[in-house]
Design a protein around this ligand. Sequence first.
Ligand SMILES: N[C@@H](CCC[C@H](N)C(=O)O)C(=O)O
Length: 259
Amino acid sequence: MKLHFYKYQGTGNDFIMIDNRNLSFPKTNISLINKLCDRRFGIGADGLILLEPSNKQDFKMVYFNADGNEGSMCGNGGRCLVAFAKQLGIITYKTTFDAVDGLHYATIENNIVSLKMIDVTEIEIAKEYTFLNTGSPHHISFCKNISTINVKEVGSKIRYGAPYFEEGTNVNFVEQLTNNSFKVRTYERGVEDETLACGTGVTAVAIAANKTNITNSNTIKIEVLGGNLEVSFEKKNTSYTNVFLKGPAQFVFEGNITI
Ligand SMILES: N[C@@H](CCC[C@H](N)C(=O)O)C(=O)O
């Protein structure tokens, strides 16, 4: 059987997109999804996303990590899916869609997608790290110089170690550049490697930096290996609300693959 796919990337976090409005994609086939994401034996990507019908919203996002398992929310994947929905003619410049963590509102203009993320209230501040969930779980470690860190090795130890163990977490290493700008490198759970960017990760970094008084800004610029992202939010008492993740989302190529 031939599968038509589209490839997108958002600051180098790359995804296979499938128009699954007819619900024909075999989504319980973990090894197939894992193989499609393989960079040598398949198309190659950090994850695979199905665009499915939704009863009340414009569409539904179903996200799988490169290991083939259904993941939690993916911020860059969500931004790329908005660009894909525009390419398919489902939306024009704004949308609301369903995802695993709830509804997401987004706008798109000239390939720049601004995606509303979930509100965040619970933030754990430990001595060595901050932990919070922005749709996906994120461990955040502020460091002096992130360019020398072996992100795969150190990130993997944290991801599989206490208190996360098998369920795991994504791990972000953060260096402050100015009051409101940071450089971030992320180890992604489900890819089990460093990726060039992580949207829920940089969202978590911006909130963690504000919560721990590392910055007093509510518009944070973040440099990742694959480009630049911006996170903005409002702080209401102990909650972070109207959280937006903004950056480029680009179509790369499309094709057919025999499955
Ligand atoms: N790349 C993603 C994060 C994806 C979620 C993650 N790998 C997980 O399931 O833990 C992003 O842009 O947010």
